[in-house]
Design a protein around this ligand. Structure first.
Ligand code: BMA
Length: 329
């Protein structure tokens, strides 16, 4: 029996729940802050499935992006705020997307990806009210999928990240998960390789950090996404989609999170349901939020098929038990 159960009410948020222009609601970050569950989600808006499938449609391929907010009392049922809360666009920056939330030192840090005319960057912003965001850092390109640990470790802030080395990795999509630290959230260094793509048996392409880690007695528990190129064409609104995104899970050492204590040899979540297999890009599971409740329940929030936001739950001990010692550990 699987350790993870999909929430029967999935998807928990989709375009029909949003009171402004919205087409695709996915890849959200989630935190518990001031007694409420808060989600910031990616909203791609503009063209619809019909536009993508119609070769004559002038709106085909036109998607803009902003980041919206939703609130919940139980983490299951969500209400979207009246307007988007975050967007970046100027002559250099094209958009910000895929937000991840971490409560740290009483504030909320939002990590996000940024497309610019000169490469992909990873950003970190701090907020107290989800209206004003102070941007602390934007990485050098190409790097994204940043996630921040919820406390300092060894006196430093710590993040996971996924740079995109091209020359040295043979030009394909063979990208790995790295770990860095910072004295102040602005300057990042001490960078080390954490999880190499070739060590994940169910991936044959890139990996990336998924939801920010949660602290357990056994170690930092954290998800990652793992990509497999497949021969067959997968369902998508556009032609030639061959990438399957799965979720994996691993356990990092509490004092030195650059050490992997355990990792599951199998995917934690593999695309199975209609909402995961059929959408803008089918066969995509992309976790961005993970909450550990006091009773040991873990809520894992994930974008499905780049179209809707979903939830799966598990018991924390069952997740820890999935993490076997790494082969070279
Ligand atoms: C990645 C990112 C994610 C997206 C995924 C699947 O490269 O763009 O935002 O969910 O692809 O399309």
């Amino acid at each position: 029996m699987s350790a993870v159960k999909r929430f029967p009410g999935n998807p928990i948020l989709s375009a029909k729940d949003i009171p402004y222009d919205a087409s695709l609601i996915f890849n959200a970050g989630v935190c518990k802050y001031n007694g409420k569950y808060i989600m910031t989600f990616r909203n791609d808006y503009g063209s619809t499935e019909q536009d993508w499938r119609d070769p004559q449609s002038p709106r085909k391929g036109h998607l803009e992006t902003n980041i919206g907010i939703a609130y919940s009392d139980d983490g299951l049922h969500w209400t979207a705020g009246a307007k988007p809360v975050f967007a970046m666009r100027d002559s250099e920056i094209l958009r910000a997307y895929d937000p991840r939330l971490t409560v740290i030192e009483g504030r909320v840090a939002m990590c996000f990806a940024v497309d610019t005319r000169h490469g992909l960057r990873g950003g970190i912003a701090l907020t107290d009210d989800f209206e004003n965001f102070e941007i602390m850092s934007l990485s050098a390109p190409d790097n994204r999928n940043m996630v921040l640990f919820p406390e300092k470790i060894g006196g430093k802030y710590v993040r996971l990240e996924r740079p995109f080395p091209v020359y040295s990795r043979g030009g394909g999509e063979h990208f790995d998960v790295w770990i860095s630290n910072s004295p102040d959230l602005r300057y990042w260094g001490g960078t080390k390789l954490l999880l190499a793509g070739e060590t994940v048996p169910f991936a044959n392409a890139k990996l990336g950090p998924a939801a920010p880690p949660v602290k357990t007695k056994a170690g930092w528990l954290t998800t990652f996404h793992a990509v497999a190129f497949v021969e067959e064409e997968l369902y998508a609104w556009h032609p030639e989609w061959h990438k399957r995104y799965m979720a994996g899970i691993m356990l990092l050492d509490l004092e030195d999170p650059s050490v992997i204590k355990g990792i599951s040899r199998q995917p934690l979540l593999f695309p199975e349901t209609d909402y995961e297999r059929r959408g803008f890009r089918g066969d995509v599971i992309f976790p961005g939020g993970m909450i550990l409740e006091d009773d040991g329940e873990v809520k894992i929030y994930y974008g499905a098929s780049d179209t809707v936001e979903c939830l799966a739950t598990a018991n924390v001990d069952d997740l820890i038990a999935l993490c076997e010692p790494p082969v070279n550990g």
